[in-house]
Design a protein around this ligand. Structure first.
Ligand SMILES: [Zn+2]
Ligand SMILES: [Zn+2]
Length: 289
């Protein structure tokens, strides 16, 4: 099922924090970002609310299903408030600096630039909606902040909107999408949940779950079962790595019926960081999707 709302997600972090002491710092950082999102209600523009009306959601869903393209491309970037995006971005950067990020001086530089209106927030929103990674790459070169972190800083404020969209459409799309990318936001995820021998990708951005073939590489679309690898762990049967021998990319899979602890929606990626270290380490030398 899709993710809970932001307030419930905060409670879910509190519930698991003791179970995963090794991820304490990451969980607390995650929680404080959720707290920023829960207090930025002003971000909800009227146009965003209209886009979430039953009628609009149904139309968006229909267009996505018919074209097999993600809902995000049918959205108008002007429904979002660029000033709101900017103000959340500043708060997130401040929190990252407080948390002792490795890139403190670079983040301070970015924060100063945002304070002096040097970054066009409308362009940031347009780039998010178009899935234009080159714009963020350019920005990350200018301010020497890693591209994925740069994208996170700007797109996190739109996440509650896409999570809501995901909650609304998931039941109609979960079993029938079959594409390697997210039906809501178009991203390709590195995390899946296995339920009754069916593999559901879990979008790490909007949280929607969608069924994919067991023998599909979501990175390169390879469907040849003889070139798929599966790495399991005797001591932790709930976790598995699936990888493709052609492109050497992997995803992390949670076997729901074998998991010992609970992994709430939205924490799948964070609570399996150890698997990334194993997958990317010298033994397997794989790349994250
Ligand atoms: Zn998504
Ligand atoms: Zn592949």
């Amino acid at each position: 099922m899709a993710r809970s709302n932001i307030r419930q997600q905060i409670q879910e972090v509190d519930q698991v924090v003791q179970e995963y002491p090794e991820y304490l710092d990451l969980l607390l950082l995650h929680k404080s970002i959720l707290e920023i999102l829960s207090t930025t209600g002003t971000l909800q523009t009227r146009a965003m609310k209209e886009a979430l009306s039953d009628e609009s959601v149904n139309t968006l869903l229909k267009r996505a299903v018919e074209s097999k393209r993600p809902i995000i491309i049918f959205l108008d970037a002007r429904i979002f408030d660029p000033d709101g995006v900017l103000s959340v971005a500043k708060k997130v950067i401040e929190r990252l600096i407080e948390g002792g990020s490795e890139a403190i001086s670079e983040l301070e530089g970015l924060l100063r630039a945002l304070g002096q209106d040097e970054v066009d927030a409308q362009k940031a929103v347009d780039a998010i909606i178009r899935g234009d990674t080159s714009w963020f790459k350019h920005l990350s070169e200018m301010y020497k902040v890693e591209p994925s972190l740069m994208l996170f800083i700007f797109d996190v404020s739109l996440r509650p909107f896409f999570e809501e969209l995901a909650r609304r459409v998931e039941k109609d799309i979960m079993e029938t999408w079959w594409e390697p990318f997210c039906p809501v936001c178009g991203r390709v995820s590195a995390v899946a949940r296995m339920k009754q021998r069916k593999r559901y990708m879990v979008c790490t951005y909007c949280g929607v779950q969608y069924l994919v073939d067991l023998f599909l590489c979501v990175n390169c679309n390879n469907k040849d079962p003889t070139t798929m690898g599966f790495i399991s762990f005797e001591a932790s049967p709930g976790y598995e790595l699936n990888y493709c021998e052609k492109c050497r990319h992997y995803i992390k899979v949670l076997h729901e019926d074998r998991l010992k602890g609970k992994i709430p929606q939205g924490l799948e990626d964070l609570l399996t960081r150890e698997l990334d270290i194993i997958a990317e380490g010298p033994e397997f030398n794989l790349k994250r999707v």
